[in-house]
Ligand binder design. Structure first.
Ligand code: HEM
Length: 215
């Protein structure tokens, strides 16, 4: 039987393609959107990472979720620096979540509170994605809007404390393969991962409505 890390990757493959090819993401990667759209997207990420990372200390000792809580992954400080750059020092006063983002962050918070396995699903979906496709988004953002390479505006995508992302991802997959969960619980985690992808896609769709390309 395939390892859990393989199962979760394979099971979410279709949703990955769906998220990647939403109009908003294609337009972003195609360099067709203004920096305001990128700022609005970054702002949405703040709510998701706030939910993920405010719960992290409380889960650090949990047998299922605890091994995944690693300080080098934490993104909130980097996001806040990016937002200060994108929106100015007063960024907090204008920060608003789209309804789709609220729903996403609420689901993360609910899992963090009640179901460590579900938290792992959300953790995987975000952080392994940021370490992978996130680098493509960073490169594109630097080119499109002229941010300094790995500097303010794209710090969210820069994992300063992870020298070798490929090795880190291998280690992360080993953590998945050792997760303290029986087969039924693993199936539930995979289902939650699909839900996490769907929540991301909803945010992209909402952003796409807010930033339509005037044809
Ligand atoms: C345009 C946007 C995206 C691009 C270009 C992209 C691209 C990639 C690439 C190239 C990989 C590496 C696959 C590998 O290491 O074998 C990857 C992995 C991954 N991506 Fe994305 N991605 C995007 C959006 C997303 C989104 C929105 C999510 C979910 C929030 C996501 C979640 C993941 C995850 C969880 C993995 C790790 C799969 C695994 O190895 O288990 N990606 N992505």
């Amino acid at each position: 039987m395939d390892s859990f890390s393989t199962l979760i990757r394979t099971a979410s493959h279709e949703q990955h393609t769906e998220a990647e090819t939403t109009t908003f993401m294609s337009d972003l990667l195609g360099g067709r959107l203004g920096v305001e759209a990128y700022a609005r997207y970054t702002e949405q990420l703040w709510f998701v990472y706030e939910a993920l990372e405010s719960a992290a200390p409380g889960l650090a000792g949990d047998p299922v979720a605890g091994p995944f809580v690693q300080p080098e992954l934490m993104r909130l400080t980097a996001l806040e620096r990016d937002l200060a750059h994108l929106r100015g020092e007063g960024w907090r006063s204008t920060l608003t979540a789209l309804p789709a983002t609220e729903a996403y962050a609420a689901r993360v918070a609910e899992c963090a509170r009640t179901w460590p396995g579900g938290y792992v699903a959300h953790h995987y979906t975000r952080y392994l994605g940021d370490l992978s496709g996130g680098q493509i988004i960073r490169d594109r953002a630097e080119r499109t809007w002229g941010f300094a390479r790995k500097g303010d505006g794209v710090r969210f995508y820069v994992f300063e404390d992870i020298a070798n992302p490929a090795a880190f991802k291998r280690g992360y997959r080993e953590l998945l393969d050792r997760v303290r969960a029986d087969d039924l619980e693993k199936q539930r985690i995979i289902a939650e991962c699909k839900r996490a992808f769907a929540l991301n896609t909803s945010v992209f769709r909402a952003l796409g409505e807010e930033f339509p390309l005037s044809a």
